[in-house]
Design a protein around this ligand. Sequence first.
Ligand code: GLC
Length: 797
Amino acid sequence: MQVTTSSGKYSAKHYPDNIKDWKKEGNYFYFYTTETILEVRIISDKIVRFRYAADGNFQRDFSYAVSDRLEESPVNFGLHEFEENFEIYTEALRIYISRDDLRLTITDLEGCIINQDELGFHWQYYLQKGGKIVYCSKQIQEDECFFGMGDKPTDLNLHGKRMENFGTDAYGFQKDTDPLYRNIPFYYGLHRGKAYGIFFDNTFRTIFDFGKERDNATSFWARGGEMNYYFIYGPELLKVAEGYTSITGTAELPPLWALGYQQCRWSYYPDTRVKEIAAEFRKREIPCDVIHLDIDYMEGFRCFTWSKEGFPEPAGLIKELAAQGFKVVVIIDPGIKVDPDYSIYKQGIQNNYFCKRADGALMEGDVWPGKCVFPDYTNPEVRKWWAGLFKELVDVGVRGVWNDMNEPAVFEMGTFPEDVRHDYDGEAVSHRKAHNVYGHLMSKATAAGMKKYLMPNRPFVISRSCYAGAQRWTSFWTGDNVSSWDHLWLASVQAQRMAVSGISFVGSDIGGFIGEPDGELYVRWIQLAVFHPLMRTHSASNETGFNQEPWSFGTEYEAVAKKFIQLRYSLLPYLYTTFWQYSRFGTPMLRPLAFVAQHDKQTYDRSHEFMLGDSLLISHVSEQGMKEKEIYLPEGQWYYYFNDQMYTGGQVIKIATPLDEMPLFVKAGAVIPNYPKIQHVDERNTEEMMLHVYYSTEEYSSSLYEDAGDHYGYKNGQYNDIRFKQRSEKSHFALRKKYFGQYNAAYRKHNISVHGLPFKAKEYVLDGNVVKLTPANFVGNVVNIVVERKFENLIIR
Ligand code: GLC
């Protein structure tokens, strides 16, 4: 045991000494040193948890991140004893544990080092505040890149940076502001083309240093709790993402309308203004599914009330909007106004549901309504009560809830002081341990309530703060951003980073929340947001009277905004399919280039390009007046979306960026399903589903997932999983289709458009039947045909 000196605030640092004993219990191994015990839990051949009892006592094994559905898959594993170390092996990994000091070396089966302790686990007593500060440090491997960590507004590759997780109301954050709203202690390492992930499941303030302090070491530590981390092996980055999601849980499918365009403002007030906005969308034929109501819909900012003056008849309003195809989402904050006549306040006081300071006084602080108290969402009984409060909102017709200010944010104080007490599901802890899960559990309770009362419909929740795993119940927006070109890039980077941190259902306030974009910035932002799973315009324009709707910037910009919102709607089947992959397998919907071409080092530091799903590559137009943009295309053939020009990947290309286009590419071979023109999602499923197919001589697989777009029938098999395989030749095009599923989709036909045929097509053969093509089948170089939905083989020659 090696010990350094004490500072009074912290004890000396302790390092484990040699292993005295070990044992195996099922898939758990324990290694005992003089003070410390290491527990190794084999979850699957690629996922292993390491947990340390610093001075011999494990804490409660409890997590707000880990899904109840985490399954341990039985694997072949075992242990070998060697002179210098122990080796635990699985079908994919070898874990060496040094007999001298408990340090770990993890290799793949070829013996390639994937991850290796530097100092490894060490710790010190936190004399001033109690508990221990627990550390782990790892050696940085040659050219190692790091990714992940939630919403950090910085370059995708985190090498050389240090960052913290401590949920913060970061109003007007900028590049490199840290910490931000969300707390996701999960990162990826990538070196020698092989990737792994580390998820440090600890809700205290956590700090990660990727070679900033010492350039040979990555370390992570927490000011309390346990060293408890999951090691997830890829070697593919996307497999690590899926492994992480297998631990922290998958998202349910949202209602399809939540993937439509959403319009928000602080605040649309009163009800007549909301109606005007809705009417404007329909009059201008700009598709939209959702209108959000910000805090002014309430009576004096009291949650679960309606302003008597501004919204005297909420049920009537919502019904009127529903008739035009709009859903209403309302904001609910955690701050409950201190007001003895207010029923929610009274219930909370009577039942002891609000957070208290160390000595028993209520935790009081100012937020929008003035002095407030705050539910302790870490108490399961409070969560149940809170969930129950949504019944009335659902009864008046509300279909979604927006949770805000849940870092928790408190004016002047910033957040709660550390002495605030929390139940923490029966553990009784201070705010130091509960801070990072406050918003996480608020949105969990909200989602539980909405789900219960909306049944059989699917709920929609959007929230601001969380801990790892919140994808199981809520979506997110990136917070209070600014109307600037820098923030357009930040929005792209944050959404990509969130997606690879388990949370794909994310978007930014289009146009920026603070400040006023001009028309150009606004439409460039719309263009990017078409490819973000959550697409919502929001702005804090109450005081200035500034408008931020798609038509607010004049006819030229309106036309472009409309064109791209329409593009969003036409791509909905593709987006929904991508959501299904995410929901089913945990595959991130947004994929940074490194995640799709990890053998290609040129992709590692690129943040301007990303993929949505398997087949679309996007880059936003990133500067005012930009005429062309340099784009890196990964290996393969790519079609430029707006004119079908073909590009070869593995190089930087230049693409012109007129206002009504943007760098958008389709992978050759892909089938991109499209809806015809609609104003909102309930107008879909008319006659036919369009399929755009991009000719390729390389075999390429695509899929189309479809279900009712709401309800839970899909959980009982009411969906179709349609697989396409294209493998064409120089002289003919060939597409095969396989149909799995029992969902009876409304459309009967596919309208197929084949792009990029290199030969003059004369006829097509559909399941053996030959049909001659006529001039009507050609639009430019694109061949259009309409066929029965259930075809299996299509050849064009
Ligand atoms: C916070 C939110 C913002 C909202 C405002 C008023 O700043 O981040 O989106 O409009 O509060 O509710």
